[in-house]
Ligand binder design. Structure first.
Ligand code: SF4
Length: 359
């Protein structure tokens, strides 16, 4: 059954590591965006009843409760099997948590990134570890049965000791789901740009090396596994039964409908992308459509999953040469029917995927 993604690209501040097209915009624009978003959802002709809903961004937790209710009341299928809201810790109130639950939300994804004050201040985030703990208690009291914590390995100032400290907090707070991302170093974020081009404003000089970041990631994989939170996708870890039903749709190439600026949709054959900028979205610029190359995509998105993929006979033949090379190099492992990335293959996954995409 398909899913629904709703994009809310407005944030209270722009985090130094963030390379999304979200940011801080005038309030007047935000109000117009909410109206356009609701219109887009209401005008949608539903060919199917959604099973999952995901409000991402940006910071959809900043949506006024009335606006959130209005948006979700336009999505059929409630109660959904899973309905997630991404939230920025630091200003979650009991009223907000109850309003989310009342609108049908049962899963909250908290953009914690780190529990260490020195690292957090450099990202531009304003929360502290005790604030996150208090807000999780509020969310639990409001009935949230599923909480995800996002962490980033590779933040400026991060050390082995500080990374352990963040993972100690994860153990203490006992979430159902954890996402661990390795910092993406590119010119689309202020920190990434400084790491590539030099500068002292965002702490690039204090960022761990890429080898240290990879070590932190691997340490997290082991530590979370010991807590019963197992990796099921390269960046995602869950207790049994709490794997994200919505995000699994992306990796299993199941359909989803996206609403809002830069939202993507996939109907099983064709991909659609809404205009990336808020202004273009509001001006009614058209979607970009692209026929999906399902065989190639199935291969590389499927390999992101710890369960791997079961290539069919044609795929074994078509990809025989890279498969052999990666098996020999210890980046892939196979039991004859399935193909999975090894731990080393996960760290070099971009190289592996690139090879399959180029065929
Ligand atoms: S990381 Fe999240 S909260 Fe920070 S700017 Fe990016 S989208 Fe906004």
């Amino acid at each position: 059954m398909p899913g629904v993604y709703i994009s809310y690209p407005f944030c209270a501040q722009k985090c130094t590591y963030c390379n999304f097209s979200s940011g801080v915009f005038p309030r007047e624009l935000e109000a117009r965006y909410r109206e356009a978003l609701e219109r887009e959802i209401r005008a949608h002709v539903w060919q199917w009843t959604p099973e999952t809903v995901y409000l991402g961004g940006g910071t959809p937790s900043n949506l006024p409760p009335g606006a959130l209710r209005a948006l979700l009341s336009a999505v059929p299928g409630r109660p959904w099997v899973e309905a997630t809201i991404e939230a920025a810790p630091g200003n979650i109130t009991s009223d907000a948590a109850h309003a989310w639950a009342g609108a049908g939300i049962d899963r909250v994804s908290l953009g914690v990134q780190s529990f260490v004050e020195k690292e957090l201040r450099r990202t531009g985030r304003t929360h502290t570890a005790p604030v996150v703990a208090a807000e999780i208690a509020l969310l639990r009291a409001a009935g949230m049965r599923n909480i995800n914590l996002d962490l980033i390995a590779g933040l400026s100032g991060q050390t082995e000791a500080s990374w352990r400290e963040s993972l100690d907090w994860v153990e203490r707070l006992a979430p159902e789901h954890v996402s661990v991302y390795m910092l993406e170093v590119d010119q689309d974020s202020r920190l990434g740009k400084e790491m590539l081009l030099g500068g002292v404003r965002y702490g690039a000089g204090d960022a761990p090396s890429s080898d240290a970041t990879a070590d932190f990631y691997e340490f997290a994989v082991e530590r979370l596994a010991a807590l019963g939170i197992a990796r099921y996708e390269i960046s995602n870890f869950a207790r049994p039964g709490f794997e994200s039903r919505h995000n699994l749709k992306y990796w299993k190439l199941q359909p989803y409908a996206g609403f809002g600026a830069d939202a993507h949709s996939f109907d099983g054959r064709t991909r659609h992308q809404n205009p990336e900028s808020i202004e273009d979205y509001l001006s009614g610029a058209g979607q970009v459509d692209d026929v999906a190359h399902l065989t190639d995509e199935r291969f590389f998105v499927g390999l992101r999953l710890s369960a791997g993929i079961r290539p069919d006979a044609a795929e074994w033949r078509r990809f025989a040469s890279p498969i052999r090379r990666f098996l020999d190099a210890g980046l892939l492992v196979s039991d004859g029917a399935t193909l999975r990335l090894t731990n080393r293959g996960v760290l070099l996954s971009n190289e592996v995927f690139q090879e399959f995409l180029n065929l």
